[in-house]
Design a protein around this ligand. Structure first.
Ligand code: WTA
Length: 674
């Protein structure tokens, strides 16, 4: 039985390929996707015990969305109740107006006060195999100590703190400590370059930087303090830098030096700090954190999230989507540097009193079975990862997971990019033993929390679709004119609690990027299709944002990094399909007079991009070209470049200023590939 009644599937006119804007080259495989008719109902045993097993929740939520969200919010502790659930003056939403709460109190004190001080909160393993565990009581003490240490450095409510840490428990402690004292954190992924770090420090005008001497990645050391030192040369607003000693062999190897007056060891700061620190009473709409994400310009934007609505929706979605129970051991493999780490390693799970697994390193260190060994060792029951990882695991072969006992797993999740049905089926069979529901969750840095997803005890899933909006969320598919269609752009048609409130310091950009396509409707930048069951099939970005191994990278960012090199006159960057990463970066580069496209220069350009942005942004393919295909009005024709990069027959070139350019480029590309 399909658990989504057909009455819920709206009858919507189809007009395929409206204006040809929507991924025309992919429509073939898309039709195949929509023909996907394998269906997986929740196993009865799972449904019976699920937090949500009754589809009536959808109706209840849509009848009175504000009451529904208020019910969730009321499960948290509030110092003062809200007087109004929602004030919506598009595009500005305020949730739980007048309410006062504290995030760290809700993630820690609330559980300790309810008698759960000895329950495990964080179960951590480092890449070399060292382990640390914090109970809720211990985590609260550590957070209080560090909160007091931050106060001692002059950090107060509203101040910005940059966190540039590896996946170690102190990352969680630092985030929670900021929320405890009302400071606004901006976590920067440890793989970003010094320049990316200083850009973010400066945009946020951060006062304090928290880093570590280093972290382990694939057996090598990520020299975070060295990068931080480099970044600090260009970060005038940073007054203090706190350095966590990662410990073990790493710290001996790195031997970080601290600059007198500016730098402080974390362990020195907390040594004498009090284990008590009263949580700041924050207004529901006070800014909780900023997280930078790539957009369609060269400059990443600081997505702003506030306190009450964000915590409510991450709490609700973690509870309902991951179906957490007391005996679950929950593991999300994301890095805290991304929104998934914020919402589904730290805030959502801890607000739900979950036992959270955290792992520092790579999935193939020391061997390709590491994740499955961790699942067995810690008895992981709920596992949340990304399609790019699943495709890599599938490629590495079934023998690796077969070596470990994965029988405790009961629920699997995926996020970050569309999952292809083959990868979904592999996940279902080989990891889930055909008994675990899979929740394919669609959401974004900007949405703060999961928006479109199955509920594992209710929804019949199909490989490749995120299924339906979470109860209380309203989504549609629309064309450019804002008319509802069964194929087009994904649209979120009413405000939700964890929505971004603005772009830090750039309100205009907030309105232009998300709210200018249609009236009072949020534009996420994804293409989508609706099937006859009313399920949403997310197809990927329709703007100049790439999704490389689940990481968002703006083509303009990479282009700016390339033209920053003295040899480059012009660069055009496009996405190229990639078996594991989903997409990889292809760059077409025109050199300045006097430079030759040698292999050395090619390597240098890749390094240059790595240095400017971070290793994740290094182009996989660079094609040197005397010119780029442009329209007569001078616009670079990216569609053609994509065709060339993927080795496809090139479509219509009649609008090109010089059609011969394409032929030259193709020859060039073939020579380089071959
Ligand atoms: C893509 C990650 C298909 C999408 C939480 C979105 C997905 C972007 C899915 C946001 C999914 C995320 N199916 N596509 N389940 N989840 N995406 O901000 O293109 O890093 O716009 O947030 O990832 O990426 P972000």
């Amino acid at each position: 039985m399909g658990l989504v009644p057909h009455a819920l599937a709206p009858h919507i006119p189809r007009d395929e390929n409206e204006k040809g804007t929507l991924m025309s080259s992919e429509s073939g495989s898309l039709e195949a996707l929509l023909d996907e008719n394998r269906r997986f109902a929740p196993p009865p045993g799972f449904r019976d015990k699920a937090n949500f097993g009754d589809p009536a929740v959808y109706e209840r939520a849509s009848k009175d969305r504000e009451a529904y969200w208020a019910d969730w919010a009321a499960q948290l502790d509030w110092f003062e109740p809200w007087h109004t659930v929602l004030e919506w003056s598009p595009p500005y939403a305020k949730w739980f107006l007048g309410g006062k709460l504290n995030v760290s109190h809700n993630c820690l004190d609330r559980h300790v006060q309810a008698g759960h001080a000895d329950r495990k909160a964080l179960i951590w393993e480092g890449e070399p195999g060292d382990t640390r565990t914090f109970t809720y009581g211990e985590l609260l003490e550590e957070v209080c100590r560090f909160s007091n240490a931050l106060k001692g450095l002059g950090v107060g409510k509203g101040d910005r703190v940059t966190i540039y840490l590896p996946m170690i428990p102190e990352a969680v402690v630092a985030m929670l400590a900021c929320t405890r004292i009302g400071a606004i954190h901006s976590v920067v992924f440890g793989g970003f370059s010094p320049e990316s770090l200083s850009d973010r420090n400066n945009d946020a005008q951060a006062k304090v930087l928290i880093t570590a001497d280093g972290g382990w990645r694939r057996g090598g050391v990520v020299p975070l303090k060295e990068n931080a030192d480099e970044a600090l040369k260009a970060s005038p607003t940073i007054e203090h830098c706190v350095v966590v000693r990662r410990g073990g062999e790493l710290s001996e190897q790195v031997g970080a030096t601290l600059q007198e007056g500016r730098d402080h060891w974390y362990h020195d700061l907390i040594a004498d700090a009090s284990t008590e620190c009263a949580p700041e009473q924050m207004d529901a709409e006070d800014t909780m954190f900023i997280l930078y994400t790539s957009g369609t310009t060269g400059k990443p934007k600081g997505v702003v999230h506030t306190t009450g609505g964000y915590l409510t929706q991450v709490y609700a979605t973690t509870n309902a989507v991951f179906d957490l129970h007391d005996d679950d051991v929950y593991w999300c493999t994301a890095d805290v540097g991304w929104i998934t780490g914020h919402s589904y390693i730290v805030y959502g799970p801890l607000a739900n009193r979950a036992q959270v697994m955290m792992y520092e390193g790579a999935p193939d260190t020391p061997d390709r079975g590491r994740f499955w060994q961790l699942c067995e060792k810690y008895g992981v029951t709920v596992f949340y990862t990304a399609p790019t990882a699943i495709r890599a695991f599938a490629k590495w072969g079934d023998d690796w997971p077969a070596k470990s006992d994965l029988s405790k797993l009961r629920l699997l999740g995926t996020v970050g990019e569309p999952i292809n049905p083959e990868a979904w089926m592999w996940y279902h069979k080989v990891i889930g033993g055909e008994r675990c529901p899979i929740v394919d969750t669609w959401w974004q840095t900007e949405t703060g929390a999961i928006m479109i997803t199955p509920l594992p005890g209710i929804t019949e899933t199909k490989p490749g679709t995120a299924t339906r909006p979470f109860p209380g969320i309203e989504a549609k598919i629309m064309n450019d004119a804002g008319e509802e269609r069964s194929a087009g752009y994904l649209a979120i048609t009413s405000p939700w609690p964890s929505m971004l409130r603005t772009v830090w310091g750039d309100d205009q950009r907030f309105r232009d990027t998300y709210w200018s396509k249609w009236k009072d409707t949020y534009f996420p930048g994804d293409g989508a299709k609706l099937d006859d069951d009313g399920y949403f099939w997310i197809l990927g970005r329709v703007d100049d944002v790439l999704n490389v191994a689940g990481h968002r990278i703006g083509t303009m960012e990479v282009e700016s990094a390339l033209v920053d090199h003295p040899s480059v006159a012009e660069a055009a960057v496009v996405g190229k399909k990639h078996e594991i990463k989903g997409e990889s970066i292809a760059a077409f580069v025109t050199l300045k007079e006097g430079y030759d496209g040698t292999d050395e220069l090619l390597a240098e350009l890749r390094e240059h991009v790595g240095k400017k942005i971070g290793a994740i942004a290094k182009p996989e393919l660079i094609v040197f070209s005397a010119d780029l295909p442009k329209t007569r009005s001078g616009k670079i024709m990216r569609r053609l470049l994509r065709d060339i990069a993927e080795g496809r027959a090139v479509g219509d070139t009649t609008t090109l200023a010089d059609p011969a350019v394409v032929k030259r480029l193709q020859e060039q590309h073939e020579a380089e590939e071959g």
